[in-house]
Design a protein around this ligand. Structure first.
Ligand SMILES: [Zn+2]
Length: 202
């Protein structure tokens, strides 16, 4: 039973990591959390920001969704889960960094690429992904196309962050930095994007 595996995993965690860091957990409860960064990553089961960045509890605030999308700013009454998490991290917790983390072999990106040729049906998935459909403008095919779109999705999400007025203001006043990263699950390499240099290995 899978749930039993999770239960025994939890018991192991409680007896080891949690016990060893009980003072840290108590301090985080007494003083509240004060993460230095928010990571916006894909929900993909093969990557874990806290594991990848080797962080302690309380260090990073994480929001995950399919294909690490940051929707454009919208001041309407919709149920904006990702937007709300970003606002909480930036305006309530005053994080210093926003990190958009994409990855290789992304199922969401693959779906975007394939949906342009063969529309699929879903209740929520394709509507969510449609905000990024425009990035599929390339003559590339297969894995090369997916990688290109994975990169563009990270850049698109990063650009969308600047449509949030309170993010733009904090970046301009140097209170906040924005970073674009892409993780290659196969090789274990992490790449960073900057306009001046393109994608470079970290
Ligand atoms: Zn993904």
């Amino acid at each position: 039973m899978t749930i039993n595996k999770l239960k025994s995993g939890f018991r192991y965690f409680r007896e080891t990591s949690f016990k060893n860091k009980s003072e840290l957990y108590c301090s985080l409860v007494e003083n509240g959390q004060s993460p230095h960064s928010i990571v916006i990553s894909c929900s993909d089961s093969r990557l874990s920001p806290t594991t990848m960045f080797n962080t302690e509890p309380g260090e990073i605030f994480v929001v995950r969704n399919i294909a690490n999308i940051v929707p454009p700013y919208a001041s309407d009454a919709g149920f904006h889960g990702t937007n709300a998490a970003i606002e909480f991290a930036v305006r309530e917790l005053s994080v210093s960094n926003i990190i958009v983390l994409g990855h290789s072999h992304c199922g969401g990106v693959r779906r975007i690429c394939e949906a342009t040729a063969q529309p699929t049906e879903s209740e929520f998935i394709d509507t969510w992904l449609s905000s990024a459909n425009y990035v599929v403008k390339s003559d590339l095919q297969g894995r090369e196309l997916y990688k290109y779109v994975e990169h563009e999705m990270v850049i698109n999400s990063t650009n969308n962050l600047f449509t949030y007025p309170w993010i733009k203001a904090r970046v301009e006043s140097r209170e906040l930095e924005v970073h674009s990263l892409w993780f290659d699950i196969t090789s274990g390499e992490l790449f960073s994007y900057k306009i001046e240099t393109g994608w470079t290995s970290i």
